[in-house]
Ligand binder design. Structure first.
Ligand code: NA7
Length: 544
């Protein structure tokens, strides 16, 4: 027995899946239900759902349209899913994922409130030994990590935080019993999450103060009910729609524009932007209007100017409008909102630009800024994002061949081949690891899980066999990702996409920006050619 009263066990599995979000759930289905392997999933959370379990803050909404923010592997599941609005809320997505788990009878092989504390590869046996915080030891051939792209929270350490008499919460670890009605609420951060939480909480808070470091470009989400015809068409056109998604770039369920910004007149640009603004959607605004907003600085400025003008038209107080208006590139993950700028017209909402007037410390009563003002608060919400992509990997002792620690392997920044494998860590397959595709996530997750299941299906019958990515393949992939990123404007904007949001984190390219279509082709040929990017090791004669 360990200190929790749980009897510690050592047991063997074919595969251990860590994480019960979109990726972990589908992996369990593929490996257990389809390949018939002995598999278990563990997750540190008290429920399944990953991101959608943790991010239960008010206003949490997916910014991918619902007809493509789901699984596509089972047409019956798709037909039975009836999401009535263009964008779906966190409770709906969490209910969906729970429904999927029950539909395929996965729950009995998911251990909740169980964290992987270490994982070590045994070169001789060709197995992974995983320790959990329950004291269990799991020995498995295949380790599938779906630890979450945006899961390790970034909570700033403000001086005086211990003195603050109110409550400090992070959106990514939201206490579901927190009632903000009538309270004095501060929100630090105004990314995708901050925008959602500000808009929702301002409706109930006594007063809301937004502490904004960098103003953001945001366009309306345009959320609305799908019409009956639209819903029917989504189901009738299942194959064509998903084929379109998987042969597109950002996998968002629309056809990306091929029109260059300056190939049309100024009037036509205005018409296209206005239509996109009215229709809604951040990715649509950036990628469906023109093809060069993310690559050509002048084209980018046209889009930025349009949004800046809208902010000026919406926000009544000129000083608030000035503070809310970005002046830099429109080159972060494109945001959309449900009335964010309008929220700043409410009498119970105020904005503090902490770039101009930094936070000095927290006091007993609230947040003190450089001008000496103490902003009195009952609750301080940190919508300050995540140590994205590799954050969770660095927090666990993962040791590959020769006892090499993954965080040492990634000392110059996280790398991988295809976002799924890193050299020295055989038979460890990451879902949404570094340098995976930058898209609407469920289609990329499905793509990766299907590829991983293919690789495991190939290895499983060969006793003790493992695949290990060649170091040179990994370096080439890193270079490819960097070259593609350099052709875009994204690296020029400081955001989590390049690790720029975490103090001290090395700025590196962390995504493959070549689009899902090209990505899927690379994956297909890697598997079809017998995994040439990998060294294939068989410790005993193959059984097949
Ligand atoms: P983001 O996009 O990383 O946004 C975090 C926000 O928090 C952003 O406004 C940051 O300002 C701000 N921030 C971070 N640290 C601090 C400190 N120390 N002081 C003040 N302000 C700070 O995270 P989100 O959760 O909004 O979104 C992440 C993704 O989740 C999103 O793209 C979707 O894919 C879903 P900054 O801009 O860095 O100046």
């Amino acid at each position: 027995m360990n200190t929790t009263g749980h009897e510690a066990n050592t047991y063997e599995l074919d595969a251990l899946i860590v994480g019960a979000g979109f990726g972990g759930i589908y992996s369990l289905y593929k490996l257990r239900n389809e390949l018939g392997l002995n598999v278990q999933t563990i997750d540190r959370a008290a429920g399944v759902g990953g991101t959608w379990f943790w991010n239960q803050y008010p206003g949490a909404l997916s910014d991918s349209e619902s007809h493509v923010y789901q699984y596509s592997f089972d047409r019956d599941l798709y037909n039975d899913t009836n999401w009535g609005t263009k964008f779906v809320t966190q409770p709906e997505i969490l209910a969906y994922l729970n429904g999927v788990v029950d539909r395929y009878d996965l729950r009995k092989d998911i251990r909740l409130e169980t964290s992987m504390t270490s994982a070590t590869f045994d070169d001789r046996a060709g197995t992974w030994t995983v320790a959990t915080d329950k004291g269990d030891t799991i020995i498995c051939r295949f380790l599938i990590t779906g630890l979450g792209l945006l899961s390790a929270i970034n909570k700033p350490d403000f001086p005086g935080a211990d003195d603050f008499k109110g409550e400090i919460v992070h959106t990514g670890a939201w206490p579901t019993d927190l009632d903000l009605t009538g309270k004095r609420v501060g929100v630090i951060g105004n990314g995708s999450t901050g925008g959602q939480v500000i808009t929702a909480v301002a409706k109930v808070a006594g007063h809301l103060t937004s502490f904004q470091r960098t103003p953001q470009y945001s366009v309306p989400a345009g959320n609305r009910a799908w019409t009956a015809e639209e819903l029917q068409a989504q189901k009738d056109n299942f194959e064509e729609n998903w084929n379109q998604v998987k042969t597109s770039s950002v996998a968002m369920g629309f056809v990306e524009s091929e029109v260059e910004m300056f190939s049309v007149s100024a009037e036509e640009r205005e018409r296209i932007f206005e239509a996109a603004w009215q229709n809604g959607g951040g990715f649509r605004f950036m990628f469906e209007t023109f093809c060069d907003i993310a690559t050509n600085p002048e084209a980018n400025e046209e889009a930025a100017k349009f949004i800046r003008r809208k902010i000026g038209e919406i926000v009544h107080d000129p000083e608030t409008a000035r503070k809310l208006t970005p002046t830099d590139l429109y080159a972060r993950r494109p945001l959309c909102d449900s009335g964010l700028y309008e929220t700043f017209n409410q009498p119970n909402v105020s904005l503090v630009s902490i770039k101009e007037n930094p936070i000095v410390e927290l006091t007993e009563a609230g947040v003190k800024t450089a001008d000496g003002v103490i902003h009195e608060l009952d609750v301080l919400i940190c919508a300050t994002g995540f140590d994205a992509v590799d954050g969770n990997y660095k927090r666990i002792d993962i040791r590959g061949r020769n006892n090499e620690l993954l965080r040492d392997h990634w000392v110059d920044g996280p790398t991988s081949y295809l976002g799924m494998a890193t050299s020295g860590f055989p038979n460890m397959f990451m879902i949404l690891g570094p340098n995976g595709p930058f898209t609407n996530l469920p289609p990329s997750i499905e793509t990766q899980v299907e590829w991983i299941a293919g690789a495991i299906g190939y290895l499983a019958p060969k006793s003790g066999a493992w695949l290990e990515v060649r170091p040179e393949t990994e370096s080439e992939w890193t270079d490819i990702c960097a070259d593609i990123a350099d052709q875009t404007l994204f690296p020029k904007a400081a955001s989590w996409i390049f690790g720029a949001n975490i103090p001290g984190k090395k700025r590196t390219v962390m995504f493959y920006l070549g689009g899902i279509a090209a990505y899927r082709e690379i994956l297909d040929s890697e598997a079809a050619e017998g995994y040439p990017g990998f060294v294939s090791h068989v410790s005993e004669p193959a059984l097949v």
